[in-house]
Write a protein that binds this ligand. Structure first.
Ligand SMILES: [Fe+2]
Length: 179
């Protein structure tokens, strides 16, 4: 059917009533309690991931020995992935109008993952990273739990991608240790 000029004139200028059209932008559908709840678990994950990221850089720079080439490269690939995921998590917190933790002080205070020295043997570095994965996965499962509980498919999908990837890294580094 052809659109006539009359039809266009009958289309309302906005689907919002006057009050909504002039007020602040409409929020996403979650309650204050829900956005608070999801940002707490996301910030905990962010803090842990940020400490883990710096550990990967530490090990990338400081690994020594016959595994150097393998691990130097592996740690680099992983810190690049971690950097991207950290950014996605922080921006997800902004989606909810909340503030992502952004200082090293906050990360170190909240993170269950702890920093280490630089002079570790390569297999201990790998064990440290494997232990980090277990901790990261626990925080990711918490995020997924809260997300599912409040029908937050966006956060759920985001975090499940991280889980799949960490589990794959876990397999690979475990295989490396059993060589
Ligand atoms: Fe490098």
């Amino acid at each position: 059917m052809q659109t006539t000029e009359n039809d266009i004139q009958n289309v309302p200028q906005t689907q919002l009533d006057n009050r909504l059209a002039k007020s602040k932008p409409i929020k996403l559908g979650w309650s204050t309690e829900e956005t608070e709840r999801i940002s707490i678990v996301l910030n905990e994950l962010l803090a842990n991931y940020s400490v883990h990221y710096q550990k990967l850089r530490n090990y990338h720079w400081n690994v020594k020995g016959s595994d150097f080439f393998d691990l130097h490269l592996e740690f680099e690939e992983q810190y690049n992935e971690a950097r991207e995921n950290i950014d996605v998590i922080a921006e997800r917190i902004r989606v909810f109008g909340k503030t992502p933790l952004s200082t090293m002080r906050d990360y170190l205070e909240i993170s269950e993952i702890k920093e280490t020295t630089t002079d570790l043997k390569s297999d201990i570095m790998v064990r440290e990273i494997l232990s980090d994965y277990r901790i990261l996965l626990q925080y990711m499962f918490s995020v997924v739990g809260v997300a599912i509980d409040q029908n937050d498919s966006g956060t759920e999908e985001m975090t499940k991608k991280f889980i799949n990837s960490i589990e794959k890294h876990h397999w690979m580094l475990s295989a490396f240790l059993s060589k």
